[in-house]
Each structure stands twice: as structure tokens, then as C-alpha cells.
Design a protein around this ligand. Structure first.
Ligand SMILES: *Cc1c(COP(=O)(O)O)cnc(C)c1O
Length: 438
């Protein structure tokens, strides 16, 4: 498969990263020198900017000013406890997709009454835990799941609040692996079947219908799919309520994209100005709304620092071998995704003499040809220097694995000139702790 290959953007325009800047030849995130952080904590190291997260959230909050809206951070994007704690303190709820994520909300001090539980494969044990925690709502994805949730709920003497995830059959115009709103996806209940499934849900004694939900995909950079999905969902709302089933809230999911490589998604407040205008025009402006953004809240708040280990030049290709790999940053290997890669050292990306640049594939140490972080990047680097992989706040650490028995990276959260280690580097002992010999 071919990968997107584009030269690095000039440093003046670090895609989507307003909190990275040069000072005295060094690269800073807010008031912290990234070289210092790499030296203090080692690499690979994830570094997040609190101001960037706060600004990303503020764009949604501005968009919803004067409305009844609950922002539920889709925590699978980055579920580190301190990140969750930050969003909880800012008033967010959480969109969870497993019992493990529920435990994380509890550990981070999140408000359980603002938790919604999504996902096509909830187990009975996960349903029980979420019912006992008295979460706000289950987003149910199939008729079979309704039946099981009803049983579990009755066995606990409770009524589960439910919303059905409907599949509006719109094309989010994104990567096929992260598009979820088309008919042939495993997600949601088909538009045509939704009314019948709502009628069935309303008749089950262990359930209380409270809402409707849709989520059409991820890294969406166009407004049109959202407007189309909203129309389709509102058509259903009208039908379902005409059939006598009241819906307390409408959940429009997440999916808003970020700038990885010159992408131009709408700002969250601009997107919502358009969506709310449609909602008003269709007479639903006073509804309780929910959204489930993930990537757009954290993606461009983080970078991953990685040290250059070796340079390997060849006839066909040059390789820049770094100490971060596909187990730390799985998106390139999984989706052929692009991440900007910037040396921390001043001038090493735009040297005065362009002949000093060499085009490299930036690759990790893992024993897989799929283990690359960036292809065809023009860089001037030497072993021992540190690179920043950009847009690494979402779907990086939360997707990290121990493949090749590599310990997962450490994470630091920066707030002004303060840097706090929020996760220590995983040791070999940590990794071996769950296993036993014969
Ligand atoms: C992943 C997911 C989200 C968040 O998607 P982003 O693209 O990160 O905003 C929201 N809702 C559901 C159901 C999801 O699966």
C-alpha cells in the first residue's frame, strides 16, 4: 500500500499546534523546553499541553452557549487518568466503551451521572457495573443488546436509561476504518429499522427510552456529512415521537477532525453554529443535546518525543531509526496516517543550505516493515537528537501496546512552565507482573 508522502511543513506553520513555539533555538510547549523534558524523563515521551485541551474544549463551549448541552469526552482517544481528571474538572461527562473505561472514570473522580456507554459488544458484566454505577445512559447498538440489557437490568431491580444508536447511512468521507455511519458498518441500528426497535425498547420493563444517538465516523473535516446526518436523525425523532415515544435528548456523537497535515476541519464553534441553525429551523432548538468528541479535544494537544538512534542510508531509501515505534504510535501502521515530525533543534528542518536535508523514512525498532512513523521526510538530523512527532494526543498512547516487549512510554502534562509526570515509564517488571511460569 502506498502511504501519503508529503514533506514536513515549515516550522512557522506547525499544523494545528498553537502551543509549540521556538525560543532561543529550542522548541517549547507552553513554557516548557521539550529538550529538558526529554532529558529529564527519557524518550519516547508523550507531552500534552493543558492550555491546548482547554482551548479545544472552549470552542465547543462557545458553540453551545445558551443551549442545553452536555459534552461527553470520548475517552478512548486518550484515557490517561490526569487527562480524564482535567475534563471532569471542566464539567465534561464521558463517553465510555468498556468496563475498564468505567473504572477509569471512577478513579479520575468523574461524575457517573454524566457517563454514556457506547459500543457494539457490551458484556453482561459490563452492563451490571454500569447499572450499579447509575450511569446516565446506554447507547444501545442492536436489538439483541436491548434484550440482554433488559434482562440484566431486571435482575438488578433497575431500569436502564437507553438511547439507540441509529445509523444514518451517510458517508463521513474519511478513512474506511474510521467511518462508522454507512449501512455496511457494524455500528448502530439501520435507519429503516429504528422505529420498530424503539417500539420494542419502549415495551421492555427493564428499560427507559431517553434519547437517540448517532456517530458517523472520525477525523471528519467536512460540514456536509454532519448536516446530512442531523437531518436523518431529526426525521427519526419526528417519527418516533409521533409514535408516542418521548426522547429526552439527542446525541450527535463525535468525529470532528484535526489538522494533521494541512487538513482544514471546521472549528467546533463554527460547526455547531451551522448545526444549531438547522436544529432551530426544524423546531428542535430547545432539546437537551449531547456530543461525544474525542480526537478534537486532545489530538493536537500532544506530541511524542523520540530520540534518533541510527541513520541508515541506502540506494533506494534512507532510514532514520528512532526509539519510538508502532507500539507507541500505531496510527501510521494501522491507517497509513500522517503525523508531522519536527526536530527539536533549531534549523535542522530548514537549514540555510537545502542540500543539507536528507529524505528519510522515519522508522521504529520493531520487527515489522509496517513499523514506520513517517515516510519521505526531509530532515537534517544526527543520532542523539530528539524529534517531536506532532498531533500525538489522540489515539496514540491509548492504543499503545507492549509488542516486542517494549514498555509503554511515560507521559507529562504541561501547564504553563509546570510539567507534571502523569504516567511513569512502564518497566520490564511491570510487564512481567501478570505472568507465571509453568
Ligand atoms: C470513537 C467514538 C467517538 C469519538 O470519536 P472522535 O473521532 O475521537 O471524536 C464518539 N462516539 C463513539 C460512539 C465512538 O466510538
Amino acid at each position: 500500500m502506498t502511504a501519503p508522502s508529503a514533506p514536513n511543513a515549515p516550522l512557522a506553520a506547525l499544523p494545528g499546534h498553537p502551543h509549540l513555539h521556538r525560543l532561543d533555538g529550542q522548541l517549547f510547549i507552553e513554557g516548557c523546553d521539550l529538550n529538558d523534558l526529554a532529558a529529564r524523563h527519557g524518550t519516547p515521551l508523550f507531552v500534552y499541553s493543558k492550555a491546548a485541551m482547554r482551548e479545544a474544549l472552549a470552542a465547543y463551549q462557545r458553540g453551545f452557549a445558551g443551549r442545553k448541552a452536555q459534552i461527553c469526552y470520548a475517552m478512548k482517544a486518550n484515557s490517561s487518568l490526569a487527562i480524564l481528571q482535567f475534563f471532569a474538572q471542566e464539567g465534561c461527562g464521558f463517553d465510555i466503551v468498556s468496563g475498564g473505561e468505567l473504572a477509569r472514570v471512577q478513579a479520575a473522580g468523574g461524575d457517573l451521572r454524566k457517563v454514556i456507554f457506547s459500543g457494539v459488544g457490551k458484556t453482561r458484566a459490563e452492563m451490571r457495573a454500569a447499572l450499579e454505577a447509575d450511569i446516565a445512559c446506554f447507547n444501545v447498538e442492536s436489538e439483541a443488546e436491548l434484550t440482554v440489557l433488559n434482562e440484566v437490568s431486571l435482575s438488578l431491580g433497575r431500569r436502564a436509561r437507553v438511547s439507540l444508536r441509529v445509523n444514518p447511512n451517510v458517508d463521513a468521507q474519511t478513512h474506511p476504518y474510521i467511518s462508522t455511519g454507512l449501512k455496511d458498518n457494524k455500528f448502530g441500528i439501520a435507519h429503516e429499522e429504528a422505529l420498530a426497535v424503539y417500539q420494542r425498547a419502549a415495551a421492555l420493563p427493564g428499560l427507559q427510552v431517553v434519547g437517540i444517538d448517532c456517530h458517523i465516523g472520525s477525523q471528519i473535516t467536512e460540514v456536509a456529512p454532519y448536516l446530512e446526518a442531523m437531518d436523518r436523525v431529526l426525521d427519526l425523532v419526528d417519527q418516533i415521537e409521533a409514535a408516542g415515544i418521548a426522547l429526552h435528548h439527542i446525541d450527535f456523537g463525535g468525529g470532528l477532525g484535526i489538522d494533521y497535515n494541512g487538513d482544514t476541519p471546521p472549528a467546533a464553534d463554527q460547526l455547531w453554529a451551522l448545526l444549531l441553525a438547522k436544529l432551530d429551523a426544524r423546531g428542535h432548538g430547545q432539546r437537551q443535546l449531547m456530543i461525544e468528541p474525542g480526537r478534537s479535544l486532545v489530538g493536537n494537544a500532544g506530541v511524542c518525543l523520540t530520540e534518533v538512534l541510527y541513520l541508515k542510508t541506502g540506494e533506494q531509501k534512507n532510514f532514520c531509526i528512532v526509539d519510538a515505534a508502532m507500539n507507541d504510535l500505531p496510527r501510521p501502521a494501522m491507517y497509513q496516517a500522517f503525523h508531522g515530525i519536527v526536530p527539536l533543534k533549531e534549523g535542522s528542518q530548514e537549514p540555510s543550505n537545502p542540500d543539507d536535508l536528507t529524505v528519510y523514512d522515519v522508522v521504529g525498532p520493531v520487527c515489522e516493515s509496517g513499523d514506520w512513523l513517517g515516510r519521505d521526510r526531509a530532515l537534517q538530523v544526527a543520532p542523539g537528537e530528539v524529534l517531536a512527532v506532532l498531533s500525538a494526543g489522540a489515539y496514540c498512547m491509548s492504543m499503545a501496546s507492549n509488542y516486542n516487549t517494549r514498555g509503554r512510554a511515560a507521559e507529562v502534562l504541561v501547564d504553563g512552565d509546570q510539567a507534571r509526570l502523569i504516567r511513569r515509564r512502564e518497566s520490564s517488571a511491570d510487564q512481567l507482573a501478570l505472568e507465571s511460569l509453568l
